[in-house]
Design a protein. Structure first.
Length: 221
């Protein structure tokens, strides 16, 4: 997959949805982000004194747009499926995996690997797209179309597709205990139609309305 052909906007945003899941616990944290892009989220954590140290891993360095990289403690460029950060064993309080696992050949192996980088009470925070979202169902079953796209659920760099229960299974069978899970509906701003329908149906159709799911988990080991 050629990630270098992606538009630079694909990599640019602060993931407040993930940040809101961090239990700050009145202390500054050491945070690792896999798929850190230009480091916007990590920079936000450092600037707002949520984190004392922030390290980002990304597949490649965007040498044409070096000016976009934020001033964080360290960037590491390489494939997380192939590299091992031995200097960070038992080091991080939080590891962020923002829409990363679905891009990997062997996500379970990576989840097992990064346990070594967590402190004993450390946590991972995962976000992943939900293939059960109604837009995917319309695209496949109504339009008969499984074309890949530049971004979103059908991103052409996705290697795997998951529903909510499959994401949870992936995390739990990799040796973690899920302590919090959340639908992206919670992050919809204002009184969205989706939010209202989900509320009046007592979340019966939540999985059809949730574009993403978020999971917080700690290691069972």
């Amino acid at each position: 997959m050629n990630y270098e052909e992606k538009d630079k906007g694909y990599y640019s945003n602060v993931r407040l949805d993930l940040i809101n899941l961090i239990n700050r616990d009145n202390r500054e944290l050491k945070v690792l982000e896999i798929g850190a892009a230009y480091g916007e989220t990590l920079f936000y954590l450092k600037e707002n004194r949520i984190a004392s140290e922030v390290v980002g891993v990304d597949l490649f360095e965007d040498v044409k747009n070096k000016q976009n990289y934020k001033n964080i403690d360290r960037f590491i460029f390489g494939n997380i499926e192939q590299i091992d950060l031995v200097e960070y064993y038992d080091y991080f309080d939080i590891i962020l995996l923002p829409d990363v696992l679905e891009h990997l050949l062997e996500p379970k192996l990576v989840l097992n690997k990064i346990k070594k980088y967590l402190k004993k009470d450390g946590k991972i925070i995962v976000s992943m797209p939900n293939i059960r979202h109604y837009s995917a169902l319309i695209k496949i079953f109504i339009k008969g179309d499984f074309r890949y796209e530049e971004s979103g659920i059908f991103d052409y760099t996705h290697m795997r597709f998951y529903c909510r229960k499959n994401i949870k299974e992936l995390i739990e069978t990799s040796g973690y205990k899920v302590i919090n899970q959340q639908s992206s509906i919670k992050n919809y701003s204002g009184k969205s139609v989706t939010k209202i329908i989900n509320m009046i149906t007592f979340s019966l159709f939540e999985e059809f309305f949730s574009y993403q799911y978020f999971f917080v988990a700690n290691s069972n080991e």
